[in-house]
Ligand binder design. Structure first.
Ligand code: NAG
Ligand code: NAG
Ligand code: NAG
Ligand code: NAG
Ligand code: NAG
Ligand code: NAG
Ligand code: NAG
Ligand code: NAG
Length: 554
């Protein structure tokens, strides 16, 4: 059964990767901090049944919510925001657990309703109901029917926060009493992973008192333009020989590309079969793909995951693997080149020529100009270029680097002018300072927010478990770190496979239990809670009238 689930996960991951690759086969683009891939290991697909025996719709039933197009201008009307929902574990008084997959289509994410995830585990323990809400501008939840720059003006972190709040305050959930569980009456728990984990933190900072508790997994709370640290946890946890050789090769390539003769430069390009490429930053930058493969790893990845195949290609020579210092630059350069030529190139580029696939300088390619909806790379890049950056570049010269230093933020900022020429007439840095000032980044301090992180997550340095910014775990804002990768703790099977991840999940369930037991509905002006007549007389009549709409506002 474990083997079967592993196979399913592997297939799902492949499907997920190839789905995004088939749309955008080019691979000079930074990785998005996607949450875990869609879950396929659903409980046996029998009927879903509530605690009291009511037969419920299948998990993948799609509901729609009328969301405001622009929270700054409600007169622009609404769009249909998709969501999944179940109340299989719900009992009156239980929490409403809201999750968004973030910067991807929600299709396939209905598994996050179930106890195959921490979301469903919390629901099962606390008698809660679960919701998976598609984020605006992803999948089929779009304010406008295209992703033009004009449409994207309402694609901001703040609008996404306001969506979550407006949903919580206005959704009539398709369940008994579902129009009577707004955050003043029932505790809402906001859950997210990766970007949506950050959104969980940012929402609780920006709109306190809506979500009673939060769970933020691998939450990239600090926006960082030059996010060279992305590769640092990889350097720390990958096989040492492979790390040593990758550093040696990259440092050699950077040296030749900067100081070498044209012939020496051509030899290196040919070594990787990339001889036709014109821009050296594209060539050296393309080698980041082998390191980006680390992000696809999970605690259940076997030894034949793409990343480990790469290290084997460099480090195993005639059946013998190198000691921790590696084989050195000569062997590693040749071995890396033939791995690219023999298998890796077609994995990344299929049948495309190298310049089309890996080049970043032709702004007329459809890759930059296609504005049809459900193109998550475009929607995410908009947020990247404007608000968060997270450009994955070479390390500073005083730090070991697994990737080329020829790629710096200017490389990515130039690409923003191709994606969104009407917005970016010239290359500019994203407004990370504003983002961090507004949502407090690493310095978040919010009650009842649980942070879960993984030691081996390449995104860890943008989280509250960064090596570059120290935060202490407290009982009101716990920070739990396991040996996992990116968002490993969101998935129940992460805990089954690794006891340190199980410990993170168990700790979270403990805090949720404690916190939720303290929830008190806000006093409503329902008859039995109304002030006594004498109190009422002392209050100015306007305050009394004003009180009503804020409580029942729709
Ligand atoms: C929901 O899942 C069932 C069975 O897994 C499948 O047959 C059906 O097509 C799915 N429906 C949607 C709307 O995806
Ligand atoms: C998870 O939920 C299913 C019902 O959807 C239930 O049959 C199963 O026992 C639950 N798993 C655990 C570990 O409680
Ligand atoms: C869940 O509901 C059951 C049955 O109503 C109740 O016994 C239990 O205390 C509830 N659990 C919590 C955490 O509220
Ligand atoms: C894209 O959507 C905008 C609304 O934001 C609309 O005005 C425009 O005509 C659309 N453009 C195309 C090419 O469909
Ligand atoms: C189950 O509980 C819900 C809400 O309490 C109620 O509406 C429904 O009628 C119940 N169903 C059964 C079969 O008892
Ligand atoms: C060397 O590389 C091989 C192949 O990737 C790996 O299995 C082994 O653990 C590495 N050894 C050291 C000491 O880094
Ligand atoms: C890679 O492929 C190119 C052309 O396909 C070839 O010229 C080159 O020798 C190959 N390099 C290696 C190291 O196999
Ligand atoms: C740039 O891309 C366009 C669209 O794919 C293509 O027609 C054109 O030939 C490319 N230009 C160069 C210099 O490769």
């Amino acid at each position: 059964m474990i083997g079967f689930i592993r196979l399913l996960q592997f297939l799902a991951l492949l499907g997920w990767v190839s789905a995004s690759r088939s749309r955008n086969p080019r691979s000079h683009v930074n990785r998005a901090p996607h949450a875990a891939p869609p879950l396929v290991e659903l409980p046996e697909s029998g009927p879903v049944v509530s605690r009291n025996g009511t037969q419920l719709p299948p998990y993948n039933t799609t509901f729609e919510f009328d969301q405001l197009i622009d929270h700054n201008n409600p007169s622009l009307g609404t769009f249909k925001q998709r969501f999944f929902h179940t109340w299989e574990f719900y009992e009156e008084g239980g929490p409403i657990i809201l999750f968004t997959p973030g910067e991807v289509s929600a299709t396939g994410y209905d598994g996050y309703l179930t106890n195959s995830t921490i979301n469903g585990q919390i629901a099962q323990q606390q008698n809660g109901s679960t919701i998976v809400l598609e984020h605006r501008f992803y999948g089929l939840s779009n304010p406008y029917n295209n992703l033009s720059v004009a449409s994207l003006q309402v694609h901001t972190i703040q609008q996404a926060i306001d969506d979550l709040v407006y949903f919580a305050q206005n959704a009539k959930l398709p369940m008994p009493n579902g129009d009577n569980v707004t955050p003043d009456k029932a505790p809402w728990v906001l859950i997210g992973g990766s970007y949506s984990g950050a959104l969980t933190s940012w929402t609780m900072v920006n709109k306190p008192d809506v979500f009673f508790a939060g769970y933020a997994s691998s939450a990239v709370v600090e926006a960082i333009t030059d996010f060279w640290q992305y590769f640092d946890p990889i350097r720390q946890f990958m096989p040492q020989n492979c790390s040593a050789d990758v550093q040696a090769v990259i440092s050699h390539i950077d040296d030749v590309f900067t100081h070498g003769t044209p012939a020496q430069i051509q030899t290196i390009k040919d070594n990787f079969g990339l001889g036709i490429m014109t821009h050296l930053d594209d060539v050296a930058g393309a080698l980041r793909n082998n390191l980006w493969d680390w992000q696809s790893l999970s605690v259940t990845s076997g030894p034949h995951a793409q990343f480990f195949n790469f290290c084997d290609a460099l480090e195993v020579k005639n059946g013998v693997s190198a000691g921790k210092g590696g084989w050195g630059v000569d062997h590693a350069l040749t071995a890396w080149g033939s791995y690219w030529n023999s298998t890796y190139y077609s994995f990344v580029c299929g049948n495309e020529d190298a310049e089309t696939c890996l080049g970043s300088y032709n702004s007329s390619q459809s890759f930059w100009t296609d504005i049809t909806v459900d193109n998550s790379d475009r929607s995410w890049t908009w947020i990247v270029c404007n608000e968060v950056g997270f450009y994955q570049e070479g390390a500073p010269t005083d730090w070991p680097s697994l990737v080329t230093r020829l790629v710096q933020p200017a490389y990515d900022e130039r690409q923003c002018t191709y994606w969104f020429p009407e917005q970016f007439k010239t290359a500019v840095a994203p407004r990370v300072g504003t983002t961090n000032a507004k949502y407090t980044g690493w310095d978040v301090n919010i009650d009842r927010l649980f942070f879960a992180n993984g030691q081996r997550d390449p995104w860890r340095d943008a989280t509250v478990s960064s090596d570059f910014h120290t935060r202490q775990s407290t009982n009101s804002m716990p920070i739990a770190v396991g040996d996992g990768f990116h968002c490993s703790d969101l998935i129940t099977s992460g805990g089954t496979a690794d006891s340190t991840i199980l410990a993170v999940q168990t700790k979270a369930l403990g805090f949720m239990k404690e916190w939720l037991s303290t929830f008190k509905p806000k006093k409503t002006l329902a008859r039995r809670d109304a002030p006594t007549p004498t109190e009422r007389i002392r209050k100015p009549i306007n305050a009394w009238l004003r009180g009503v709409p804020t409580i029942t506002a729709v």
